[in-house]
Design a protein around this ligand. Sequence first.
Ligand SMILES: NC(=O)c1ccc[n+]([C@@H]2O[C@H](COP(=O)([O-])OP(=O)(O)OC[C@H]3O[C@@H](n4cnc5c(N)ncnc54)[C@H](O)[C@@H]3O)[C@@H](O)[C@H]2O)c1
Ligand SMILES: [Zn+2]
Ligand SMILES: [Zn+2]
Length: 361
Amino acid sequence: MTQAAVFNAVQEPLTIEEIDVAQPVDREVLVRTAASGVCHSDLHFIEGLYPMPNRAILGHEAAGVVEAVGPNVTEVEPGDHVIACLSVFCGQCDYCYTGRTHLCGNRPARAADQEPRLSQDGKMLTQFASIGSYAEQMLLHENGVVKIDKDFPFAQAALIGCGVTTGVGAALKTAKVTPGSTVAVFGAGGVGLSAIQGARIAGARKIIAVDMVEHKLQTARDLGATDGVDASLGDPVEQIRELTDGQGVDFAFEAIGLKVAAEQAWQSIRAGGVATVIGMIPIGQNVEIPGNEFLREKKIQGSSMGSNSFKVDMPQYIEFYRQGRLKLDEMVTKTRPLSEINEAFADMKSGSVARSVIMFD
Ligand SMILES: NC(=O)c1ccc[n+]([C@@H]2O[C@H](COP(=O)([O-])OP(=O)(O)OC[C@H]3O[C@@H](n4cnc5c(N)ncnc54)[C@H](O)[C@@H]3O)[C@@H](O)[C@H]2O)c1
Ligand SMILES: [Zn+2]
Ligand SMILES: [Zn+2]
């Protein structure tokens, strides 16, 4: 039996319950969860902005220790430390064959006639994002884990599992921020702070953080933003223009999950600029942009998990951390046990933390 925080229904607190995690078969890896970051994507599902048809184990930003492996696993063995990534890939589709594994649409999963990975009293529980890290154990596929050094701290490793890879990768890999460019990042949470760091690593000369919470703007400055715009004080687009000689930025990132912020990101880029939408805009909402502005070669694009090749990228991000170029300690503002998962979501909603991390014993 494994303790887990169970999602039962929209807008209801998660409940701590015992669940069953199956033994690994084939290329599966059973991991004892050490740390799980609390990412806003989980909250979107709890709030019902995205559908979750079944009872589920949420959580997808995690690191832990391999406990057991299926007979066909070759990359890891019991005792190895790993980061889980929801960009688990099949390795055999056109996206995988062309090096875009993060877009794989054929993610390995158990067939309907197999014992489910997660269950309770014989009834299947949904494993969110093929991970389900708000549980003491995770049953993963080896194409969804990357081995890391044993001396690397678990909380920081967990953050790399989603928020850091998403934000840093959005800047470095999706948008390809150029040296000397100007950047605006809407939202200075776990993902936005990582995009800010990615822009700094890329050599941007001006990085404008936009948030509604003053201490988040301070954290953003500590992590690489050159300027802060408080969106609660008025139209952030005007303030971004003022900071860029009336022009707007070369690169803007939406890292909140708001239609209005995606539109503001578009409005804040200059001719030839690129707006990258990272946030999960609620289903059913359209982002509206004036069509004539395409004449100015403005571009807008999405970004999935920082366009990662995570088995290569995550060790690189760890190296950046060791070199002092990627700051992760500052992003772990609060650690809590699994029993306080609902409080961690309350902290996220109130804006009191950069990132909470659930630590397991
Ligand atoms: N595309 C992907 O692959 C991917 C991966 C991970 C997360 N996400 C999404 O990225 C978004 C951000 O995630 P997170 O975990 O960093 O969230 P978070 O809650 O930690 O951060 C959001 C930040 O936005 C700020 N904010 C809220 N409303 C604002 C407004 N109107 N103007 C300016 N700032 C505002 C908040 O104060 C907070 O600091 C979410 O939508 C999440 O689902 C997407
Ligand atoms: Zn996430
Ligand atoms: Zn594939």
